[in-house]
Design a binder for this molecule. Structure first.
Ligand code: RIB
Length: 317
């Protein structure tokens, strides 16, 4: 079946099995709470972002590691069913990554990740995939894998003039900002503060400081997602606010991943950054309407319909 997108992406990252407990409120340190439900779902930031891009029509090649356990076998089949190219996805001895997730009644969450096979993704195994990275329109990655593997992939993309979209989550203190070129960095507010040592609030008034940080870190665009508040786009030319799509979230786990996958698809198609953000905001909002990181990820047509409904003049892409 022809895909409705010219985006040819390589996604590198983690694949986890998510164990999701629903609770009335998130436990404080030392507190025990009783769950009302427990479900097992496919997740991991890499897998979630790849799936969001594939459902949005991109051709996705996934690079990462699964364990040689039943979870690994099931996850590979799941990615194939979603149309994701798994020919360079390794199965290694050991267990597939796992995440313990707690979600409260307001849709807020806490996550503990056990890396498993993701933690064994090496720089040399990424370097073996140089030819695959070099022909992509964009490389999308996060930091739930060893830093060495992520950096090697970015260097290959830089050398091959492939655009890089990095979602530096979870934040890695040792990330060598400025050593590699990054086209787009996607962060939430907490990550933005930690990485840039600046508050995203009133970014327009402090644009000179942001500009300095971007130059020093060799970043072209920073995108800061803020839940229901407008998304910020900061570049050397200024600060833009793109409104969020209003919804009543049931579960926000993976919403940032949907944003990254959908944004990168439009970015790789050549869309303007603000337009790509509008699509990504809407897709991320729709993804929060179901439990699980991947269950609510919309297809491109659903996002198009939601955008058309919100603003009848935005048609076509
Ligand atoms: O971003 C959400 C994801 O974070 C979950 O699917 C979980 O696996 C963790 O990686």
């Amino acid at each position: 079946m022809a895909r409705p997108s010219a985006a040819n992406l390589v996604v590198i990252g983690s694949l986890n099995v998510d164990l999701i407990a629903q609770v009335e409120h998130l436990p404080s340190p030392g507190e025990t709470v009783v769950a009302t439900n427990l479900v097992k779902r496919f997740g991991g930031k890499g897998g979630n972002q790849a799936l969001a891009a594939a459902r949005h029509g991109a051709q996705v090649m996934f690079l990462g590691n699964l364990g040689d356990d039943p979870d690994g076998r099931d996850y590979r089949n799941h990615l194939r069913r979603e149309g994701i190219n798994c020919s360079a996805l390794n199965t290694i001895r050991g267990v597939t990554g796992c995440a313990y997730i707690t979600v409260d009644q307001a849709g807020e969450n806490q996550i503990v990740v056990i890396p498993g096979a993701n933690g064994a993704l090496t720089g040399p195994s990424i370097k073996m995939q140089r030819a695959r990275i070099a022909v992509a329109k964009a490389l999308l990655l996060q930091l739930e894998i060893p830093l060495e593997a992520a950096i090697d992939a970015i260097r290959i993309a830089n050398e091959s003039k492939v655009a890089v979209v990095l979602n530096p989550s979870p934040v890695a203190k040792a990330f060598p900002w400025g050593d590699v070129k990054l086209d787009v960095v996607i962060v939430n507010e907490h990550e933005a503060r930690e990485i840039f040592d600046l508050s995203p609030a009133a970014a327009a008034q402090h644009h000179d400081s942001w500009k300095e940080r971007l130059t020093a870190r060799r970043i072209r665009h920073v995108i800061i997602t803020r839940g229901g508040s407008p998304t910020l786009h900061i570049s050397k030319s200024g600060v833009e606010e793109i409104p969020a799509h209003p919804v009543k979230p049931v579960d926000t786990v993976g919403a940032g991943d949907t944003f990254a996958g959908v944004f990168t698809t439009h970015f790789a198609e050549g869309a303007e950054i603000d337009e790509a953000i509008r699509w990504a905001n809407t897709a991320a909002a729709l993804s929060t309407l179901k439990h699980g990181a991947q269950e609510g990820v919309p297809h491109r047509g659903d996002v198009q319909s939601a955008l058309d409904e919100a603003k009848p003049s935005l048609k076509g892409r």
